[in-house]
Design a protein around this ligand. Structure first.
Ligand code: FEO
Ligand code: CA
Ligand code: CA
Length: 641
């Protein structure tokens, strides 16, 4: 594959390209083996009846579904395949902001042919919108939004085919990523960004950060430019979001590995070699996806081998203070962080649930040492605590395994930096790519989207089951029961004693996506709450609104053919946790992923992110496709969440 073609790949496809596996799999053989794997859910047939795989919680749910009226205030939207956004009758959408729109009046204008020049590229809304949260005080509302990655082909001169050729090119790419803080307001013309608001801020790949927690100051984090190991530059691949009870924003560093590379053949010690291998940092002399290392020595691991240890964290940002230095919290671990969903334990400790989005990686929970006291000092609450990793048992129970020096054989700092290895040491359950986690605001339960795992149960060229990066074979397990899982599922857990701080829980599957119109039964038909009307694949983004409805966003195959026939473009659906019912609410333009959801202070507006459309969205025929945030309201201005 040519370098230019690599720039067209999603991060996921790029990762897959670098991880060889058997490319063809006899489909009937796969289904046969999956169905015959009895006994693994206590002797029941795991597939064939959607309800059978769901555990007792879901069985009750499906029974209730028949008896209860729907709680949805809208009729289901049909699947769509065109280049724009659709919402149900009685609702309307509009564009709030596109990549490249100004946050400040001195920003350069967006030019469809040349994009934005480097000078001023940190004065506009970033590219590839992702997780977001809204904060408000009085009448002031701030929208804080992640910009996950950049399209190098669009941002660099056409003749370069996506490859940077100068340090200036790298600065431009770095400026379009990170986090945008912007004031928004609703007026006679609808919602607008308040250009030049004193709160507006761009945080990018060179913004100064403080490192705190158990790894701060450790040798693994020290570099030539920062011999203290406590001050880094930039936050990377900002994927999902989170918020704290005290009103700060959490941005989650996901595929940070892709920004690092080497310009020379490497001689590595065992610690660095193992770390780069487990986290996917390339040790080959190649330009890679961004080639930062070709023009910015900080990203060249032959010169600065500890720099990748300073990325892959949860970063806390105070949206109300543009001068505040963001804090990288090493206590919450280093992995490909999707999002961060908080809960409060009954004793006041802060619990943060987090997924590591890679095939066969794990789900985590962090519990603070200190308790949250409203109005008290919260500056160190995310600095001291204990990481745990999920182990799911086949009988519908699970345990959060504490990642302690005693149980992992690693120091506290090593657990913080090489969290994946700590999870492997205690034999955590390999998952089908944990994406967003959402905590129910009323019931003591939480949900995680397991988006898909095309390699679960697949065989390599030697006939062995494909492993994760730790070398653990990705055989099916209870919460990830499907081989070649192209559709995904959502797992739900209920902590014992109604305490998110408890170390044990019960779990079931809220939904297994599938396609019963293509696969009449078997594992690919999906669970009982999937039907011809609400087909989708690859659940990813997720939020639960104040009424307890689950909003599910997808990032999957939008071919609308074969296994994906009838699903249409990526979409956002609403789910009722009480009945199991799921209904399609919004569809994105062709090629896009729907990701990021939050609400206005009055809950009469939804903000929904549209990332990487391939259709000329939002400005129509002849325009450049641009990621954008749209607002969705009811025509009668009633509550929407
Ligand atoms: Fe950035 Fe796993 O999504
Ligand atoms: Ca995602
Ligand atoms: Ca995804």
């Amino acid at each position: 594959m040519k370098d230019a073609d690599i720039q067209d790949l999603s991060f996921d496809d790029w990762d897959e390209l670098k991880f060889p596996r058997k490319t063809t799999q006899d489909f009937d053989e796969v289904v046969e083996r999956a169905i015959s794997r009895r006994g693994f859910l206590g002797g029941v047939l795991a597939f064939g009846s959607g309800a059978a795989v769901m555990g007792t919680g879901m069985l009750k749910g499906t029974t209730a579904m028949a008896a209860q009226a729907s709680r949805f205030a809208f009729e289901q939207l049909a699947p769509q395949t065109d280049g724009t956004v659709h919402v149900p009758e009685g609702y309307a959408w509009d564009v709030l902001v596109r990549w490249g729109d100004p946050l400040f009046s001195d920003a350069p204008a967006f030019d469809a042919a040349t994009g934005i020049p480097t000078e001023g590229s940190d004065r506009v809304f970033g590219e590839n919108t992702d997780g977001m949260e809204l904060f408000h005080k009085g009448d002031t509302e701030l929208l804080v939004v992640n910009s996950e990655y950049v399209n190098t082909k669009v941002n660099l001169p056409v003749e370069q085919e996506g490859s940077p050729v100068s340090a200036d090119d790298i600065v431009r790419l770095q400026n379009f990523q990170g986090v945008s803080v912007m004031e928004v307001a609703e007026g006679a013309d609808g919602w607008q960004v308040v250009v030049d608001s004193p709160y507006n801020r761009r945080i990018h790949h060179r913004t100064p950060m403080v490192i705190d927690g158990p790894a701060a100051g450790h040798d693994l984090l020290k570099t030539e430019d920062d011999p203290t190991g406590t001050a880094s530059l930039g936050t990377f691949n900002n994927c999902g979001s989170g918020r704290t009870p005290w009103g700060t924003y959490l941005t989650c560093e996901e595929n940070f590995n892709g920004y690092f590379g080497t310009t020379e053949d490497l001689v590595l010690d065992d610690v660095h070699a193992a770390g780069f291998q487990r986290y996917g940092v390339s040790t080959d002399v190649e330009p890679g996806r961004y080639n930062y290392h070709g023009y910015d020595a900080r990203f060249d691991i032959s010169k600065h081998p500890n720099e990748p240890h300073r990325a892959g964290y949860i970063v806390e940002i105070d949206p109300w203070n543009p001068d505040a230095t963001p804090v990288k919290h090493t206590a919450l671990g280093r992995f490909k962080h999707e999002n961060a969903a908080y809960a409060l334990a009954p004793d006041g400790r802060v619990v943060v649930y987090m997924g590591d989005d890679e095939r066969g990686e794990y789900m985590y929970k962090w519990v603070s040492r200190d308790i949250y006291v409203p109005g008290g000092d919260t500056s160190t609450l995310l600095s001291e605590g204990r990481l745990h990793v999920a182990k799911f048992n086949d009988d519908g129970t699970g345990i959060w395994l504490a990642l302690t020096p005693e149980d992992t054989g690693m120091s506290e700092a090593e657990i913080a930096v090489f969290t994946r290895m700590a999870g492997t040491a205690v034999r955590a359950t390999t998952m089908d790519r944990p994406e967003w986690i959402a905590v129910h605001p009323h019931a003591v339960e939480a949900y995680c989207c397991l988006t898909n795992n095309s390699r679960r149960g697949a065989l390599d060229d030697n006939g062995n089951v494909v492993t994760n990066a730790a070398g653990e074979p990705m055989v099916p397990n209870a919460p990830n029961p499907r081989e070649i899982n192209r559709y995904g599922q959502i797992v739900r857990w209920r902590p014992h004693n109604d305490d998110h701080g408890a170390s044990t829980f019960d779990w079931d599957l809220y939904v297994m996506a599938g396609n019963p119109t293509v696969h009449a039964d078997g594992p690919f038909a999906g669970s009982a709450n999937i039907n011809a009307g609400n087909l989708f694949n690859s659940p990813d983004g997720m939020q639960i609104d104040t009424s307890g409805l689950i909003w599910i966003q997808t990032d999957g195959d939008d071919d609308n053919a074969g296994d994906f026939a009838g699903m249409g473009n990526n979409q956002m659906l609403a789910g009722d946790p009480m009945t199991g019912e799921i209904r399609r609410f919004l569809t994105g333009p062709k090629g896009s992923e729907v990701t990021g959801l939050t609400w206005s202070a009055d809950r009469r507006t939804m903000f929904v992110g549209i990332q990487h459309p391939s259709a000329p969205f939002p400005d129509g025929e002849g325009s450049l496709p641009r990621s954008a945030i749209v607002v969705v309201k009811r025509d009668d201005n009633a509550l929407v969440g």
